[in-house]
Write a protein that binds this ligand. Structure first.
Ligand SMILES: Cc1ncc(COP(=O)(O)O)c(C=O)c1O
Length: 365
């Protein structure tokens, strides 16, 4: 039996009827840009996250970039982020003209290590971006404590962590702002690109609202050199339907993670850890093992799709060669990047599929 990395057939079946009806409306009204469904979904998502404002944009990358721009980040400023993340976290800071500064991760959660944060902060530091990697939030208490002590803002990169919680608070709701991606493979995925900035700060929300729409204050009045980065009405329809199921789908992911933990026990493979005070929604199920290249070949032979998130930390990417880092600068990130492997994970994955993956892995080892 081959096992796909992701299979959303069941999820799509659950929402299809309602989405079709919603899309009919959008087509009938031709309200493709900024239709009422966008505002409706923004309100629903804000309520879901437990924040006052949500502003839909066209991707997670733009959510991060526009939020930083709205916070006034630009040339001469510094933005701190973990080096072990998807490159978009760094790109959005670079787009503003700010200097990107990296921090190593903690070996257990794969998130920013707060103990290494303070030493990177300088008087030029404007924003810290903790990334909630794979579906588990970073250590927000410690990160927020350092940020407050040093007068620095915190922007959560929650692009992989829809609906997860830290001490009961949803991702995106603890920093000055939070950013989400609705890329199709995310926990809450659109049928195309999409993103969202959430915040309790009315000014920040208003700035992002203007920046996503050509810096507009009125139809042809423009206060800033803004962008065209809006969430499509069609995507808002899909996302609104999916949001109704998100908590249930996240608990199915947790059940699948339980199957993995059971069937990989004793194999020597390091399975994801859920740290105290946190929930893990396993948007990505990443394990660690030695001899990954050989294991990947064997999984391929057995029809099991596995991926690597991420093989090269950002400080070693060619795109960031100008930042002047070298191998050895962030040892935990480099070690994890060499050993990490993402296994198939989706809410309706069956125990039989998990057993198949576990057997292929054990066979390879
Ligand atoms: C951690 C992280 N940040 C940012 C992004 C960028 O999101 P998008 O692909 O919607 O631009 C992604 C997803 O791809 C991500 O995983």
């Amino acid at each position: 039996m081959s096992v796909p990395f992701i299979d959303f057939t069941e999820q799509n079946k659950m929402i299809r009827k309602a989405v079709d009806a919603g899309l009919e409306q959008v087509i009938a009204k031709a309200s493709f840009i900024m239709g009422p469904e966008v505002k409706k979904f923004e309100d629903e998502f804000a309520a879901f996250c437990g924040v006052k404002y949500a502003v839909g944009v066209n991707s997670g990358t733009d959510a991060l970039y526009l939020a930083l721009a709205a916070m006034g980040v630009g040339e001469g400023d510094e933005v701190i982020l973990p080096t072990f993340t998807f490159i978009a976290t760094a790109l959005c800071a670079s787009y503003t003209g700010a200097r990107v500064k990296f921090v190593d991760i903690d070996e257990h959660s794969y998130n920013m290590d707060p103990a290494k944060l303070e030493q990177v902060i300088t008087p030029r530091t404007k924003v810290i971006i903790p990334v909630h990697l794979y579906g588990q939030m970073a250590n927000m208490d410690e990160i927020l404590a350092v940020a407050r002590r040093r007068g620095v803002a915190v922007l959560e990169d929650a692009c992989q962590a829809h609906g997860t919680r830290y001490k009961g608070q949803r991702s995106g709701s603890m920093g000055n702002g939070g950013c989400f991606s609705f890329y199709p493979t995310k926990g809450l995925g659109a049928w195309g690109d999409g993103g969202m900035v959430v915040t309790n700060d009315a000014k920040l929300a208003e700035m992002v609202r203007m920046l996503r729409d050509y810096g507009r204050t009125d139809r042809y009045a423009h206060k800033f050199k803004g962008h065209n980065s809006r969430l499509d009405t069609v995507q808002a329809v899909v996302l609104s339907e999916k949001l109704k199921h998100l908590d249930a789908w996240n608990s199915l992911r947790q059940t699948v993670a339980g199957y993995y933990a059971r069937h990989l026990a004793g194999s020597g493979i390091i399975v994801p850890q859920t740290l105290p005070d946190r929930e893990h929604v396993h948007q990505t199920y990443a394990v660690r093992l030695k001899d990954r290249a050989r294991v990947l070949d064997r999984l391929k032979e057995k029809g099991v799709t596995a991926l690597i998130h991420y093989p090269i930390p950002i400080h070693l990417q060619e795109a960031y060669a100008d930042a002047g880092f070298k191998a050895g600068d962030f040892p935990v990130s480099e070690k994890v990047a060499d050993e990490i492997l993402s296994l198939p994970m989706f809410p309706h994955m069956t125990e039989a599929q998990v057993i198949e993956v576990a057997a292929a892995l054990k066979g390879a080892l």
